[in-house]
Design a protein around this ligand. Structure first.
Ligand code: TXA
Ligand code: MG
Length: 347
């Protein structure tokens, strides 16, 4: 299949009628799948009402069929079509954070969405992305769009159209290239089917931000206990992994540098993930600065691109600094732990 690339300037007016956006929307209506930029990462969109379209998403990504998709909408009105109930708690969260990087789990109405999109669960995950191109595409096609991150299953999520093409060129109808995404890590997934909201996946909206709006917020036990079964099926898989084994390192710069030297003396090509503050202090085969430690948002924005760059340089092993586990640092550490398969070396 020839994968189209539609370049769109996200700052132009009247995006809904932009020829590239209309072209992509037409493919969605024909139950083809297209990648689209959101404020978090690129998504691989397909008509959520169509088994045919949703099946194409799973095939293109090589995604296990038991991992449900997030449904993307442009208008809150659309929720009524497929959510069985919209609790007051969810209304409050939508008022505060939509459009934005917050996915909310609702009880599902039966018979509207493809059962494949929700992997047969009694619930459905929904979000309204805060990206002009995504919103224009959603409005232009008028459909609820199922969209997982537009990477091959297991790889780091795409934050640029080039990342999408690296993984999915020839496997999807097209990609709307709206430039680099902003947040860089995926949306926060919060379950609102009980009285107290539960974070199933940390992401772009922090626990602290949620608490400021709704008071008590819990976290799925699986986020801290490796033995617990996660409530978001996708959280049980290893993810975001670069080709070379990645180790998180807790300790001083001197300790990290000694680890690098030990591996180089064994003849390995060593990669090191640090930040702009520390980059000049290390010596390794490939030292990459992933944003600035002083502003964790910049680390989140650069994380997946940095993980992908290690693949291009063919290193044998990667050591990474770790980050504070608060604010957006919580999502960064969650992704880093998955990329590392939880391997941590402490001084
Ligand atoms: O920022 C994002 O959320 C991006 C962009 C493209 O919107 N999308 C994304 O989708 O990250 P995906 O498929 O890569 O991750 C969706 C996560 C998975 O962990 C999945 O198991 C979980 O949401 N999920 C989906 N539906 C669910 C449900 N009904 N109950 C619990 N977890 C659900
Ligand atoms: Mg994903």
């Amino acid at each position: 299949m020839n994968t189209m690339v539609w370049k769109v300037d996200k700052y132009v007016d009247n995006l809904e009628n932009n020829p590239q956006v209309v072209d992509a929307a037409n493919f969605l209506r024909k139950n083809e799948v297209v990648a689209l930029p959101t404020e978090t990462v690129y998504g691989l969109g397909g008509n959520a009402e169509s088994d045919e379209a949703v099946a194409k998403i799973y095939v293109a990504k090589g995604r296990p069929g038991d991992n449900p998709l997030i449904i993307h909408i442009a208008e809150r009105e659309q929720l009524k079509q497929f959510a069985a109930e919209v609790p007051a708690l969810a209304e409050t969260l939508m008022d505060a954070f939509w459009p934005g990087p917050l996915t909310i789990i609702f009880k599902r109405k039966e018979g509207v969405l493809s059962e494949k999109a929700t992997a047969g669960l009694a619930t459905v995950a929904v979000r309204m992305p805060d990206h002009p191109v995504a919103l224009a595409l959603l409005k232009s096609c008028g459909l609820p769009i199922a969209a997982p991150s537009a990477n091959s299953s297991g790889k780091p999520s795409p934050t640029k159209a080039e990342h999408v093409l690296d993984d999915l060129n020839g496997k999807i109808a097209g990609v709307l290239d709206g430039g680099v995404t902003g947040v860089g890590v995926e949306s926060t997934v919060v379950d609102c089917t009980e009285m107290i909201p539960v974070i199933l996946r940390p992401g772009g909206v922090t626990k602290e931000q949620l608490e400021a709006v709704v008071g008590e917020v819990r976290e799925d036990a699986a986020l801290t206990d490796e033995a617990a079964q996660p409530k978001a099926p996708g959280m049980k898989y290893r993810h975001y992994a670069p080709n070379a084994p990645l180790f998180m390192v807790s300790g001083t710069a001197g300790f990290l540098q000694r680890l690098v030297e030990e591996k180089r003396s064994e003849g390995l090509r060593v990669g090191l993930l640090t930040t702009e503050e520390n980059v000049s202090g290390y010596d390794a085969d490939l030292v990459l600065a992933c944003g600035r430690r002083g502003e964790l948002e910049t680390v989140a924005a650069a994380l997946y691109d940095t993980l992908r760059r290690f693949n291009q340089e063919n290193v044998d092993i990667i050591f990474s600094e770790i980050f504070p586990n608060t604010g957006v640092g919580h999502a960064i550490m969650n992704r880093l732990q998955k990329a590392a398969g939880n391997k941590l070396i402490s001084e």
